[in-house]
Design a protein around this ligand. Structure first.
Ligand SMILES: Cc1cc2nc3c(=O)[nH]c(=O)nc-3n(C[C@H](O)[C@H](O)[C@H](O)COP(=O)(O)O)c2cc1C
Length: 355
C-alpha cells in the first residue's frame, strides 16, 4: 500500500498550535512533531513497507499508528481510494493555487440551517451586536448633487423595477416558452469573435471576462407545460435541452439545502461554472472572482425575463452540492454549481415570504 501527503492542506498558526485544514475533505486537525515529520517527508507516493528507512528514529508501531491516524484525518491519502482520485484531480487541474482552492473547496459545502433557525440566531445577535448600516448617506446639502427624477417607468425599466423575490409560489406550471426565454436571454450564444490562433470566443447577452464564458446552465424540470419532467442541459449554441436524467428530479428542497419554499416550484436552473475555461487564459487567481461575478449577470437576466413573463425566478445561493452534482452529472475539481434560480408561478403578493 502506498500513501502520500494530501495536496489539499493549508496550515495555520492558531494560538500556540499548527492547525491543519484539508480543504478537499473538509477536515481540521492539529499535528504533533512526529505527525508533522511524517507529513513533511511523505510528499510523494511512498510504500508503507519502506517506512522504517524514512523514519529511522521511530518504532514501526508508532509510525503505523500515526499513519493510520493521519489517513483517517485526511492528512495522508492512500493510493487507489476516492480521496486519492480527488487529490489527483485537484493537483492536475486547479491552476489558481492553494489560497483560492482553500476558499473554493473549503466553502462549497455550506452548513445551512433553516430560515426559522437563522432568523432566531439573528434576533439574538442583534441584541448584542447591532447590524452595520445597510446603506450610506451623503448628507451634505451644500455639495450633494440631486439627480434628475425619473417619472416614466416604461420598458425595460418597468420590468427592472418590478423584479422581486417571491418564495410563495403556486403548485402550477410555467410554460416551455417562458423557460426558453429565460435561457435565451441569459445564456444563448448570439455571435462569435473569431480568433484563428486560439479559439473563437462566444458572445452572449451577458458579459463574460475575456469571453471565456465559464457557465453552463442545467434545468431540473418538475412542472413545465410542453416539457417532460427531467433534468436537462441547455446548449447555448444549439438552444436545445439535452436530457441528462429522465423522470421527476429529486424534490427541490433536497437539492436546495432543505428550503421548503422551493417544493411547489416548476423548475430550477443551476448555473455551473467551468473554471478550466478561465484558468486556460488567466493564470492569476483573480480569475476566480471574475467567474463569481459572471453568475450575477446571468442570474439577473433570468430574473428579469421571468418578471416580464409574470413568473418568478427566485435566487438561491444555498444548495446541497453533492445532491446537485449527482443530479446534474457534473463535478470534479474545476466544475462547480454556483447559483440556483427557482422558477415558478408567484402568488399575488410578492411581499409574502421575503426574508
Ligand atoms: C447571490 C444571492 C443568493 C441568494 N440566496 C438565497 C437563498 O439561498 N435562499 C433564499 O431564500 N434567498 C436567497 N436570495 C434572495 C435574497 O434573500 C433576496 O434577494 C433579498 O431578500 C432581497 O429581496 P428581492 O430579491 O425581492 O430584492 C439570494 C439572493 C442573492 C442575490
Amino acid at each position: 500500500m502506498r500513501v502520500k501527503r494530501s495536496s489539499a492542506i493549508v496550515v495555520l498558526l492558531e494560538n500556540d498550535e499548527f492547525v491543519f485544514h484539508n480543504f478537499l475533505g473538509q477536515q481540521t486537525f492539529t499535528a504533533n512533531p512526529t505527525a508533522l515529520e511524517i507529513l513533511r517527508r511523505l510528499h510523494v507516493w511512498t510504500d508503507l513497507e519502506n517506512l522504517g528507512e524514512y523514519f529511522p528514529g521511530y518504532s514501526r508501531e508508532s509510525i503505523e499508528r500515526s499513519i493510520d491516524q493521519l489517513v483517517e484525518l485526511g492528512a495522508l491519502v492512500v493510493e487507489g481510494t476516492d480521496a486519492a482520485v480527488l487529490d489527483e484531480d485537484y493537483t492536475r487541474t486547479w491552476a489558481w493555487g492553494p489560497i483560492s482552492a482553500a476558499y473554493h473547496f473549503g466553502t462549497r459545502d455550506g452548513a445551512f440551517i433553516s430560515a426559522e433557525e437563522g432568523m432566531e440566531l439573528l434576533r439574538q445577535q442583534a441584541k448584542f451586536i447591532p447590524s452595520p448600516p445597510l446603506y450610506q448617506l451623503n448628507s451634505n446639502p451644500a455639495t450633494d448633487v440631486p439627480l434628475p427624477l425619473r417619472e416614466d417607468y416604461s420598458e425595460p425599466f418597468l420590468t427592472m423595477a418590478k423584479r422581486r423575490t417571491n418564495r410563495v409560489m403556486l403548485d402550477a406550471p410555467i410554460t416551455v416558452e417562458h423557460l426558453a426565454d429565460c435561457l435565451l436571454f441569459s445564456m444563448a450564444i448570439t455571435a462569435f469573435i473569431e480568433d484563428p490562433e486560439t479559439v473563437d470566443l462566444p458572445l452572449k447577452m451577458t458579459p463574460s471576462g475575456g469571453g471565456r464564458n465559464p457557465y453552463e446552465a442545467y434545468v431540473c424540470v418538475r412542472n413545465v407545460t410542453g416539457l417532460a419532467p427531467g433534468t436537462y442541459h441547455y446548449s447555448a449554441l444549439e438552444r436545445t435541452l439535452g436530457v441528462v436524467g429522465e423522470g421527476r428530479p429529486p424534490p427541490f428542497p433536497s437539492l436546495l439545502a432543505g428550503q421548503q419554499w422551493s417544493s411547489p416550484a416548476a423548475a430550477v436552473v443551476f448555473l455551473v461554472a467551468n473554471f478550466d475555461r478561465v484558468m486556460w487564459k488567466y493564470q492569476d487567481p483573480h480569475g476566480y472572482r471574475v467567474v463569481m461575478m459572471e453568475a450575477g449577470h446571468i442570474a439577473q437576466n433570468i430574473m428579469l425575463v421571468a418578471t416580464r413573463h409574470g413568473i418568478v425566478a427566485n435566487p438561491s445561493g444555498a444548495f446541497s452540492r453533492i445532491a446537485v452534482e449527482e443530479t446534474l452529472g457534473v463535478g470534479g475539481a474545476t466544475q462547480s454549481a454556483v447559483y440556483a434560480l427557482v422558477l415558478g408561478v408567484p402568488t399575488e403578493d410578492p411581499a409574502e415570504g421575503v426574508a
